[in-house]
Structures are given as structure tokens and as C-alpha cells.
Design a protein around this ligand. Structure first.
Ligand SMILES: Cc1ncc(COP(=O)(O)O)c(C=O)c1O
Length: 409
């Protein structure tokens, strides 16, 4: 890694700029807002598995959540001391790997997995039970109540399995806090359905991740439809969306602080009930991903060509896993201003939906301008696709210093 103290604009585009300080601020904010009940943070590795980011998180006292043997091996290599192993379809080999060291809490998704685990290990292992927060035959995650009761009884009778706690995860970028409230209520209901004696060993309640970050917003259904028919309805695009998007830039952006502090208060209320049920204190476990890495990475790209109202960048929208779901804020980095301008901002791929945005902030874009695409840290670096024309390199920013990670192109 070469340390260079140059201007961001002097590096070849496209690149990610990873702002370490911004990420550390995100951790501090989480710690301050979730101080009671006692909280352990397990960073969700799949959100962004950039090695220097993982190292920094480990150095700053975070633990890790993984969903595969590859993730588990990486987390161990980095040195995370406590690891949560999640996933609906862990193979027997993956369960074996988890049992090899005393650092894992295996979150059991289904009875099948529970029985398999007991036959795999001779050593004691701490497990958690994932509850199915949606009652549907189509819902893939966790256990429905009958299975949950059976699992609790089974673990109680086991010499090897130790019931450490319970888990749910409500989804990603969940803007409606009531979704958490409903899941917390569901967990109460599950816990009330088994006698207290089963909870002797319970130490944690794990409510997963799902907390949004600043700098990106979910698309409306209308926008998604227009994305699909971008050319056919370009007239509608320009007239209607322009107004809608303008409002988004002008409106105050999502405020993490307000969101997280309301969520923390709700959790505190529920924990009173949980502690009463188990008869002792339990810790809160969180598995934040997006709220830690999301706004810590921006992408910088160059305007390569302009055609009528279309602007073509040298980076593809397809680096992001959720490219049909989110709008990111785009800024003219070369010539910033408060102006809101509209244009169809495309990536270079040979497909219509490689479309970033219909609006940006700053002076009118020209060929050669650099744009900053905000909050590209979650589910883009770890999910980037190899057919994309040019993969962004990564620059690491710490204060005034910038380092280029990996090989120079
Ligand atoms: C089980 C689990 N925990 C944590 C996360 C992280 O979620 P987020 O990035 O929304 O915080 C995910 C992501 O989908 C997940 O599946």
C-alpha cells in the first residue's frame, strides 16, 4: 500500500474513497446510542469485506457476523475474537469448521441444522435460535413457533448444545422502526411459550442489522417502473422525476442519530420484559452492516461522454447489489455548487438499466468532470461483478492522508 498525500482528483478514476474517520464516527455513534442494555456489536462481514476496513473494526473492539466458511475463515484471520455464524443453509463442513475453535456462536436456522450440529461435534458449543418473524410458508428465515419450542426442549436435553440466546433480522435499510417493534413483540410471544427453566443459560438477544445509513434513499415504485422503461418514457422521466428528485436533494436527508436513538429506546422497553422472563440480565447483540460501512465509501467517476441529456460515466451502476433499489446522491466534484441539475447519468454497460440517477448537484456536467457518488459502502465492494467494465480501485483516507490500496493500474 503506497501512502500518497495527493488531491483526490489526481487519482485515476473510477475509485472508491474509504473514509476511515467517517466509519469510526459511525461506531462511536452506535456505541453512545446503544449503551444500555449492555451491547455487543457484530459487524456483518458480507456488507463490505474490504480487508483494511475489517482490520480497523477489529482494532476498535467490534466483533463479527458471518454467513459462510469463507467469511468465517476471513474473520478468524483478521483476529475477531467472537464470531456469530448465521445462514439458512450452513453445510456440515461449515458447521464442523465453526466447532473447531471456541470463538463461534452458531445461530440455528432450522431443526434439521440443529440435529446435524449435535452429531458433528463432541465439544460444547453455544447456539442461538433464529425466529421466523414472518408467518408464511414462503418465508425462508428462522423457525416458526412449534419448531422453536421443539428446539428449546432439544437443546435443554443436550449435553453438547448450550442455549446462548435468540436472534432475528428484519431486513436491510429498514426505515420503519415499527418493523423492529413487531419483531420484538414476536420474540416476546415465542419466549412466553416456553417455561422459564429453559432460559438458565441465555445470555443474549440478537436483533440483527437493518439500520439505514445517510446518503442514499430507497427508490419509489414509480421510479423503479421508469427505470425499467427508461427510454420509452423518457419524456415522463424528465418532467416528473426531475421535480421529485429535486425535492429529495432539498429535503433534509435521513438522520441516523434520530432513528437509532428512537430504536434504542424501544429496545430498552422490551429488554425489561426479556430479563423478567429469563430471570437474569441479558446482553443486546447487534449485527450492523450498512450503518457502519454505507456512508464510509464514496465512488468517484469521470464523465467520459455526453449525448443530449445523457451523461456517461466510467463506472457501472452494476457494482451495487441493490442497483434497482436505491438512489444515491451524486455531486459534481470538479465544479461544486448548490444548483440541482437533471440528466440521465449512465454507466458504460450495454444495457439500459445501467442508470445511476436523473439528477445531480453542482454545475452542469461536462466531459472530464469528476462526480462523487455518495454512500456506496454497503453491498457494492463485496458484491461487485466481474463483468463490469472497470472495477474501481480503493483509496483509503485518514485525515489528510490518502493511501492507494492494492496495485496501481
Ligand atoms: C443476518 C443478518 N445480519 C445482519 C445483516 C446486515 O444488515 P444491514 O447491512 O442492513 O445492517 C444482514 C444483511 O442482510 C443479515 O442478513
Amino acid at each position: 500500500m503506497s501512502i500518497i498525500n495527493k488531491k483526490v482528483s489526481s487519482f485515476a478514476t473510477p475509485f472508491y474513497l474509504f473514509d476511515c474517520i467517517r466509519m469510526l464516527d459511525n461506531i462511536t455513534r452506535l456505541r453512545n446510542l446503544f449503551s444500555y442494555p449492555e451491547t455487543d456489536f457484530f459487524y456483518s462481514l458480507k456488507t463490505n469485506d474490504f480487508i483494511p476496513l475489517l482490520r480497523l473494526l477489529e482494532k476498535n473492539g467490534m466483533q463479527c457476523e458471518v454467513e459462510s466458511s469463507k467469511g468465517l475463515e476471513l474473520a478468524r484471520k483478521i483476529g475477531f475474537r467472537k464470531i456469530i455464524f448465521n445462514g439458512v443453509a450452513k453445510t456440515s463442513a461449515e458447521l464442523e469448521l465453526a466447532c473447531k475453535k471456541n470463538d463461534c456462536i452458531v445461530i440455528i436456522d432450522n431443526l434439521d441444522e440443529l440435529y446435524a450440529l449435535e452429531n458433528i461435534t463432541k465439544n460444547k458449543i453455544q447456539v442461538g435460535l433464529r425466529i421466523g418473524i414472518v408467518q408464511s410458508h414462503m418465508y425462508k428465515f428462522g423457525m416458526q413457533k412449534e419448531d422453536f419450542i421443539e428446539a428449546v426442549e432439544y437443546i435443554y436435553a443436550s449435553e453438547i448444545l448450550d442455549l446462548g440466546g435468540f436472534h432475528f433480522h428484519v431486513g436491510s435499510f429498514v426505515l420503519d422502526i415499527m418493523v423492529f417493534k413487531r419483531a420484538l413483540t414476536k420474540l416476546s410471544d415465542y419466549m412466553h411459550s416456553v417455561p422459564k427453566k429453559f432460559f438458565e443459560s441465555v445470555k443474549f438477544i440478537n436483533i440483527g442489522g437493518g439500520f439505514p445509513c445517510e446518503g442514499k434513499i430507497k427508490k419509489t415504485i414509480f421510479e423503479k417502473i421508469l427505470d425499467t422503461y427508461v427510454f420509452r418514457y423518457s419524456f415522463v422521466n424528465m418532467l416528473l422525476l426531475r421535480e421529485e428528485q429535486k425535492n429529495k436533494y432539498e429535503k433534509e436527508q435521513f438522520d441516523s442519530e434520530v432513528y437509532l436513538s428512537s430504536l434504542s429506546k424501544i429496545i430498552q422497553e422490551y429488554f425489561k420484559d426479556y430479563c423478567k422472563m429469563v430471570g437474569h440480565k441479558v446482553n443486546l447483540f447487534l449485527e450492523p452492516g450498512t450503518v457502519i460501512s454505507g456512508n464510509a465509501f464514496d465512488v468517484y467517476a469521470k464523465v467520459v461522454r455526453i449525448k443530449r441529456n445523457m451523461v456517461f460515466l466510467d463506472v457501472s451502476r452494476f457494482i451495487e447489489h441493490g442497483y434497482m433499489i436505491y438512489n444515491h446522491f451524486i455531486y459534481n466534484y470538479t465544479r461544486p455548487s448548490n444548483e440541482i441539475n437533471s440528466a440521465l447519468i449512465f454507466g458504460p454497460l450495454g444495457t439500459n438499466n445501467d442508470l445511476f440517477s436523473r439528477v445531480y448537484q453542482g454545475e452542469r456536467l461536462q466531459v472530464g468532470d469528476i462526480v462523487r457518488i455518495a454512500s456506496m459502502g454497503a453491498y457494492t465492494y463485496s458484491t461487485r461483478k466481474s463483468f463490469v467494465k472497470s472495477q474501481p480501485t480503493v483509496l483509503i483516507k485518514k485525515g489528510d492522508f490518502i493511501a492507494l490500496y492494492g496495485k496501481k493500474r
